[in-house]
Design a protein around this ligand. Sequence first.
Ligand code: FAD
Length: 390
Amino acid sequence: QDLFQSPDYYQLDDLLSEEHKMVRAAVRDYIKTEISPIIDKHCQQATFPSKIIKGLGNLGCFGPTIPAEYGGGGLDYISYGLMMQELERGDSGIRSTASVQGSLVMLPIYKYGTEEQKQKYLPQLARGEMMGCFGLTEPDFGSNPAGMLTYFEEDGDDILLTGAKMWISNAPFADIAIVWAKNETGKVQGIIVERGMEGFTSPETKDKWSLRASATGELVFDNVRIPKSNILPGAKGLGTALSCLSSARFGIAWGAIGAAMDCYDTALRYAKERVQFERPIAGFQLTQKKLAEMITEITKAQLMNWRLAVLMNEGKASAEQISMAKRNACITAIQIARESRQILGAMGISGEYSIMRHMMNLESVITYEGTHEVHLLITGMDITGMNAFK
Ligand code: FAD
């Protein structure tokens, strides 16, 4: 049974509009009724719960900030953040599916596509009638995507795409892939590759211990013939790919704290009920230290996320500010998951509770969309003006 009580120590709810609260309530309710009852089984069996796609589309979780004329929600960044927070409270894999679809598939088409491409893909993607994935990472180029080897050549009205992407969320079932590849002059461009194009395959990556309810795979392109009309004309240069990552990272900052809130809430309730040495373990100072530090860190991260959303709404947030929030949320959530698991003792490793699942998921969340180290170097470069990457 899902007993989640959302922690709000600094009364941040006072800063939310009625619309924000309605959006949050709708997603929270959906998680309670549709996700929590099935998610442990899907993680244990490493299967993606594909039947939820329609529900996520109906809830507006795909492309919440995309204008309504293209099927998006036309919502602000606080609503978007709250949606991601609630989805990841359910499971990071569910939030990942929504992040990829909205920020990494719909957003590049919306920002860099032609009017025809927008009309063709966005409404279907928003409803979940079509699913997408985002191929940037390659076997030999993760943190340094500029080195990518995937390339294309022009051939009349078509291009021929060759290369391979790895660790791609939603790849095994996606209908389209936004693929980043180098043109003949070495410049990175974004291309829409469609399922069924000859020479394009997407084998599933098996045996993951993290994000088990999310389907991850490779994208393999063996001289795939693609019409030039599938090139995103505005997506030129790696910076365009990275700008979509900024939107997804914003969602991760809120999402990871959703997972942390769930761990804290579970541990707090358990500690009040679990009796050892004839008293609830919540009465021991060592348990209180864990819980008090958790709620302090959650509150700090909630404030950071909220302020970041306001800056996003005003068009003033920098990529570096987003990096800081993503990094902070991921490390905070991982530490809270570990401490929460300790509080539950042996029960902490059981699928009966969500904590161990969150803890394993967060190991991916802290790595994808820029690792913990990469985001630290982004902050370092921003404050010193010196590039420590190379
Ligand atoms: P590497 O880049 O090889 O890094 C290994 C280690 O070295 C890390 O700790 C890193 O921080 C460190 N390191 C690297 N460079 C430096 C440096 N300059 N200074 C200090 N330390 C450094 N990618 C996509 O394109 N699309 C997706 O949908 C997607 N989904 C994913 C889903 C999952 C479950 C996972 C696990 C990954 C996914 N990724 C996706 C890939 C992800 O973005 C990469 O794994 C990530 O960018 C890191 O790349 P890497 O794994 O190659 O690690």
